[in-house]
Design a protein around this ligand. Structure first.
Ligand SMILES: O=C(O)c1cc(C(=O)O)c2c(n1)C(=O)C(=O)c1cc(C(=O)O)[nH]c1-2
Length: 230
């Protein structure tokens, strides 16, 4: 007999229960937030995370291409536009590039990805590949780390402003803008996962997908940490 499905509350609790594995607790993030990073380390962080930022729209496009529900495709399209912008010079990716410039990187060295280390490329590519090859419901579940990110980003803005005096409010526009978007998107994704993962097997796969994503993010910071130590 297959295990019976979890109630909605139990399912959500199982997903939220993964928060201790979220990258908010990673030693590199602790040092970033504690003001303990030197300029070179901040540059390594920004240039490597660029690779994550630039691949996100491709991950969302993979979800769209696998999804047969019109309303969800329509909603995920907004995520692509959010990052790519509607025209040159707009969007989340552009705001991330401005943050890179604020920490002392040139646009050219970010865009040619010379600083991206193999571990980051490998982890981010695995995330995109997951979205391409797994059922769209699992790919949406893997994005639920966003549920945990609002609080972390809010803290990041205040911690970075307090700890790195040469970084200004406008340099952190990526995060201030994202904080507003993420609580809505996180809830939206959670609603979709709860609605479309009904059997115990689907629920277990959704929890496994979120666990996989926690590993992706954690591995990125492991690789950045190692690279930043030089
Ligand atoms: O700064 C952060 O800590 C953080 C975390 C995450 C996340 O948890 O995946 C995302 C973001 N930021 C973010 O800015 C973002 O656009 C984003 C999209 C996604 C996703 O998986 O679709 N995660 C995140």
């Amino acid at each position: 007999m297959p295990d019976s499905a979890l109630s909605e509350n139990e399912f959500v609790a199982a997903l939220r229960g993964l928060e201790p594995r979220y990258w908010g607790a990673h030693p590199f993030h602790r040092r970033l937030h504690g003001g303990d990073l030197g300029k070179e380390e901040l540059r390594a962080w920004a240039a490597n995370r660029w690779y994550y930022q630039r691949r996100l729209p491709q991950k969302d496009a993979a979800i769209i291409s696998n999804c047969d529900v019109t309303a969800i495709r329509r909603r995920w399209l907004d995520r692509i536009v959010y990052h790519d912008g509607r025209t040159e010079g707009e969007g989340g990716a552009e705001r991330w590039l401005r943050l890179c410039e604020a920490v002392g990187l040139t646009r050219a060295e970010v865009l040619d990805e010379r600083h991206v280390v193999p571990g980051v490329r490998f982890a981010v590519d695995a995330y995109v590949d997951f979205a391409r090859t797994r059922p769209w419901q699992e790919a949406v579940a893997s994005g639920l780390t966003e549920m945990f990110s609002g609080h972390l980003m809010r803290r990041r803005v205040s911690d970075m402003l307090a700890s790195y005096p040469w970084i200004s409010d406008s340099d952190l526009a990526y995060f201030t803008n994202r904080i507003g978007a993420v609580s809505g998107e996180g809830q939206e994704a959670l609603d979709v996962v709860v609605r479309y993962c009904r059997t115990r097997e689907q629920q277990d796969r959704a929890v496994a997908a979120l666990s996989f994503k926690c590993d992706v993010l954690w591995s990125m910071l492991d690789a950045i940490d190692l690279a930043a130590k030089g």
